[in-house]
Design a protein around this ligand. Structure first.
Ligand code: C5P
Ligand code: MG
Length: 163
């Protein structure tokens, strides 16, 4: 029998001048970037929460408290790697990841392949099992006013059981 599970993740960060705008480890040239304790990579934070969710292990703040100085400026691929190791320890493999980034500006479509390939390589999936979607917020609300950005992720994991 194959046991399937899904996990959902969401994150947002404020945008501020003089910070880096980074998505799945890819730096996007822009006049603002994420205000955060870590590097603020909302896409990797959403993926981390989705992985933790699929194995019912709470959320990113439980595993990497933002009050802990060891995570200051941390590269967020560490969070994903750790969550993935918890998934694999339980005998699961990752099937696919789908994501959405909601950012008013800049246009991200020219970075789609870089972001997708980086995310795929980080989690050890072929790129045809990783998807990255982009949306504006139609200039409405904090995301639309370019005060913040959001990311959503959903993952499916599976393991083979005897039953
Ligand atoms: O939000 P909206 O539906 O207007 O976005 C239209 C398209 O623009 C999206 O499907 C996406 O391909 C692209 N987009 C982008 N970068 C953004 C927001 C949207 O490339 N920051
Ligand atoms: Mg639209």
């Amino acid at each position: 029998m194959t046991e399937y599970r899904t996990g959902l993740g969401w994150d947002n960060h404020r945008l501020a001048a003089g910070r880096v705008l980074i998505l799945a480890g890819i730096v996007i040239p822009h006049e603002t970037g994420f205000e955060a304790h870590s590097d603020g990579d909302i896409l990797l934070h959403a993926v981390t929460d989705a992985l933790l969710g699929a194995v019912a292990l709470g959320d990113i703040g439980m595993h990497f408290p933002d009050t802990d100085p060891q995570w200051r400026g941390a590269s967020s691929d560490r969070f994903v790697r750790h969550a993935l190791s918890l998934v694999r320890e339980r005998g699961f493999e990752l099937s696919n990841i789908d994501t959405t980034v909601i950012l008013q500006r800049p246009k991200l479509k020219d970075y789609r392949e870089q972001i997708r390939l980086n995310l795929a390589s980080l989690v050890g999936l072929p790129s045809d099992r990783v998807n990255v979607k982009f949306k504006t917020a139609e200039k409405v609300g904090p995301v639309g006013q370019e005060l913040s950005a959001e990311a959503q992720a959903i993952v499916t994991i599976l393991r083979h059981t005897d039953r």
